[in-house]
Structure formats: C-alpha cells, structure tokens
Design a protein around this ligand. Structure first.
Ligand code: SF4
Length: 223
C-alpha cells in the first residue's frame, strides 16, 4: 500500500463517488459535478462511442487466457477514498494474485491524465480489497487497438488521491465549481451546450460587479 492517509469517518460513510467521476474531474471539476452531482448528461459522438465500448465490456465473466486469469466487470471499492465502481477487466499476474487492471477507452491516448487517474483509482481499490500491491495496469484504446502499460508511480497516486479529495469536497458541500472557459477542453466537452461556460463566466462577472456596486452605494449612504 502506498498511502495510509485516513479519511474522516463521516465522509467514508457517505455514498461512494463513482470511479468514472475521477476521470471527469481531471478533465474538468465542473463537468464532474454537473454529471455526478447535478445529474446532467449530454451524449456526443465521443461519449456515445465510449458507452458502446463499455456496454460490450460490462458482462461479468471469468476465464483464463494463456494461463492468466481474467475477470471482466469486477466490482471495486475503496472505503478509505470513498470511491466505488466496476473495472472493465482485471488480470491476475505473477503468482496469479497480483491484480492488473485494464480499462477500455475509445479513441487514442490523450494529452491529459484523466484515463490514467481513473485506472490508478481502480488500482487503489484493488490494493485495499486484496492487500496486494498493484504496481501497474493498462489502458486499451479502441482506435489504436493497443495496450498502453501505466505504472502507478508516486506522482500518479498523489494526483489520483488529490482528485478523489476534491470530489469528496464537492459531494459533501453540494457546490458545483463555476465555469472557466478553455477552448482546448470546452470544445470537446459533451456538456458545452448545458454548461455554456462563456455565458456563465460573463453572468458571474456581472453578478460580482453588481454586488460590489451595491456594497459601495450602501457604504456611501451610511456616511
Ligand atoms: S464546457 Fe468547459 S467548463 Fe463547462 S463543464 Fe465542459 S469543460 Fe467544464
């Protein structure tokens, strides 16, 4: 195990955060809150393809391939991190007891670390559930039809734990973070039409300016 940091009891006992929320949170914390807290969802081509891929992988099954035990659709949870979900596929390497999670993804490897964080969160669940270290896993991309091996190093573990902590904060306070428009991120976002980040940011600025003007006017009238 790589971290013994304790989570307060009240947080551990609340509903677990879905593993997929970590992937959304790395991409955009607001997106994660809109989907998992406010239950907004908009399908675009990217999410539709991902959904088809996961439906295909979501049939529980266990078999051996070239001597390696493989379990599909394995339920996972970490009480310490307050997260839970289902692994697409887990192989058991080494002596047949070392979990090796594999997450199926549409498209190809991305520049951000969202997919790696979701996979690492699965590894942290598996470590807590099995008591075995999980040193690496793999992302399988439908477009390249290749496995990309991901080592769970300290940096990735830290990022994963920090992301889970941010989500616990959002879930416990029910506060959706405000929108911040970033062209590289927002243009591919399935929630662009619902979120309207440019308009939201403008409205937030207008509201803040009105509040400042009102406070100044109140101060002046009190003098
Ligand atoms: S449109 Fe942009 S700010 Fe809004 S949820 Fe998507 S990525 Fe986040």
């Amino acid at each position: 195990m790589h971290s013994d940091e304790a989570v307060p009891t009240d947080e551990r006992e609340s509903d677990p955060i879905p593993l997929s929320a970590l992937q959304h949170a790395v991409y955009c914390l607001r997106q994660a809150a809109l989907i998992h807290l406010e239950r907004m969802w908009a399908e675009n081509r990217f999410t539709a393809e991902g959904h088809v891929l996961h439906v295909a992988a979501d049939k529980p099954a266990q078999r051996k391939v070239r001597g390696i035990r493989r379990v599909a659709a394995l339920p996972l949870a970490s009480k310490r991190l307050g997260i839970a979900g289902i692994a697409d596929l887990v192989e058991f390497h080494g002596d047949g007891q070392v979990p090796f999670p594999i997450e199926m993804k549409r498209g190809k490897p991305k520049l951000h670390r969202a997919d790696e964080v979701q996979l690492c969160a699965q590894a942290l669940c598996l470590e807590e559930m099995t008591g075995r270290d999980v040193p690496e896993g793999a992302l399988y991309y439908a477009e390249t039809k290749r496995r990309l091996v991901v080592p769970f190093d300290e940096g990735l573990r830290r990022l994963t734990e920090e992301t889970a902590a941010k989500l616990r904060e959002i879930f416990s306070t029910f506060q959706t973070p405000p929108a911040t428009f970033r062209a590289d991120r927002c243009r591919a976002c399935s929630l662009l039409e619902l979120c309207r980040p440019k308009a939201s940011a403008k409205l937030a600025r207008q509201w803040r300016d009105r509040m400042v003007q009102a406070a100044l006017a109140e101060e002046e009238s009190a003098m």
